[in-house]
Write a protein that binds this ligand. Structure first.
Ligand SMILES: NC(=O)c1ccc[n+]([C@@H]2O[C@H](COP(=O)([O-])OP(=O)(O)OC[C@H]3O[C@@H](n4cnc5c(N)ncnc54)[C@H](OP(=O)(O)O)[C@@H]3O)[C@@H](O)[C@H]2O)c1
Length: 290
C-alpha cells in the first residue's frame, strides 16, 4: 500500500505534489496552508476533505510531510509543527527548496522524524497543471538515509529521475539552476532588446530567434558545449566583434558591459574548443576587457 502524505504550503509546488502524488496512489492525510482557501482549493482538486490552516493538524498522521512554504518560512513552519509534536515518529519530513538543505528541518528530529530535501529541477509558474510537471525531470535529494530512500520512491512514482547530492553542495547546485532558468530569461531579454533595435519587433522577434535557441540546445545535447559553439568568437572573427561592440556602444550602451562579460566567458570556450589561435584569443580578451 502507498504511504500517506501531508502538504504544508498549498502554493505552486504544493499543489503539483498533491495532485500527482494522489494520482500515483499516495493517500492524502492532510493539506495545510496559511490561508484556508489555498488548502481547500487543493483539497477540492484531489477530492479530499482533510484541509486546515493549522499545520500540525494536517501533518500528525502522515507518513511523508512536504513543507512547501516559501524558503524563508520552512524552518519556522517546521519548528511550529515540532513544538506541537506534530510529526509522527518514523515519518519523513521533506522540503523542496533548491538552495536550502535538510538541516532547516532539524527540529522535526525531536519528534522522531527523518529529514531530507527533495528539489524538482523544474519551473512551477502557476497552480494549474495540464500535464505532470515532474514527468521526465531530475529531482535531487539529500538528507537522512530513511528520508532519501522515501524521497527516491516518491520521485520515481512522480515520473522523475532521482539524483542524490551532498548536503553541503546545495547552494552551488541551486546557483546552477538559477543560471539555467532565470539567467536564460535574462539572456533572451538581451537578445530580444538587440533584435528590436535592429527593427525586428513583436512576435517576429521571438519567432525568429526560437529555432536558433532550440537548435543550439539540441546541439549542446548532441555534441557537447565546445562543439556547439559557433559564431564570430569561435571563428576568431575580430572585425565582427569590434563592430558589435561599436554598434552596441553607440545604440544601447547600457547593454555593453553584459555583452562584454558574456563574450569574455565565450572566448574561454572557443579556446577549449581549439578553434582560435593564442594571438586571436588575446586580442578578443583585450576587446572584451576594454
Ligand atoms: N516555483 C518553483 O518554480 C519552484 C521550483 C522548485 C522548488 N521550489 C521550492 O518549492 C517551495 C515552494 O515554492 P512555491 O513556488 O510553491 O511557493 P508559493 O507558490 O509561494 O507557495 C507557498 C505556499 O505556502 C503558503 N504559506 C506561506 N507561509 C506559510 C506558513 N507559515 N504555513 C503554511 N503555509 C504557508 C502560501 O500561502 P497561502 O496559504 O496564503 O496561499 C503559499 O500557498 C520553495 O521551497 C521553493 O524554493 C519552487
Amino acid at each position: 500500500m502507498k504511504l500517506s502524505f501531508a502538504i504544508v504550503g498549498c502554493g505552486r509546488v504544493g499543489t503539483a505534489l498533491a495532485k500527482y502524488l494522489a494520482e500515483a496512489g499516495y493517500i492524502p492525510a492532510g493539506l495545510a496552508s496559511k490561508s484556508i482557501s489555498s488548502a481547500k482549493r487543493v483539497a477540492d482538486l484531489i477530492g479530499s476533505v482533510n484541509f486546515t490552516d493549522i499545520a500540525w493538524e494536517a501533518t500528525r498522521k502522515a507518513d511523508i510531510v512536504f513543507i512547501t512554504t516559501p524558503d524563508g518560512t520552512i524552518k519556522e513552519a517546521c519548528d511550529s509543527i515540532s513544538e506541537k509534536n506534530g510529526f509522527k515518529s518514523g515519518s519523513v519530513v521533506l522540503h523542496c527548496s533548491g538552495a536550502l538543505s535538510s538541516t532547516e528541518l532539524m527540529s522535526a528530529k525531536t519528534c522522531g522524524a527523518n529529514i531530507g530535501s527533495m528539489h524538482p529541477l523544474q519551473s512551477f509558474a502557476s497552480t494549474e497543471y495540464e500535464f505532470n510537471p515532474f514527468s521526465g525531470i531530475v529531482t535531487s535529494v539529500e538528507g537522512d538515509r530513511e528520508a532519501v530512500d522515501a524521497a527516491k520512491h516518491v520521485t520515481e512514482d512522480l515520473g522523475s529521475y532521482c539524483v542524490t547530492i551532498k548536503t553541503e553542495a546545495k547552494m552551488l547546485y541551486h546557483a546552477s539552476a538559477v543560471v539555467a532558468s532565470n539567467y536564460l530569461v535574462t539572456l533572451l531579454d538581451l537578445s530580444l532588446s538587440l533584435i528590436k533595435l535592429a527593427g525586428v519587433t513583436g512576435e517576429d522577434a521571438l519567432r525568429g530567434l526560437k529555432p536558433l535557441i532550440e537548435g543550439t540546445i539540441s546541439n549542446v545535447e548532441k555534441m557537447g558545449i565546445q562543439n556547439a559553439l559557433t559564431g564570430p568568437i569561435a571563428r576568431g572573427d575580430i572585425q565582427i566583434i569590434e563592430k558589435h561592440l561599436s554598434e552596441i556602444g553607440s545604440k544601447t550602451p547600457q547593454l555593453l558591459s553584459l555583452y562584454k562579460t558574456l563574450g569574455l566567458y565565450t572566448v574561454e570556450i572557443a579556446k577549449e574548443k581549439g578553434s582560435i589561435s593564442e594571438a586571436v584569443r588575446k586580442r578578443l580578451e583585450d576587446l572584451f576587457q576594454s
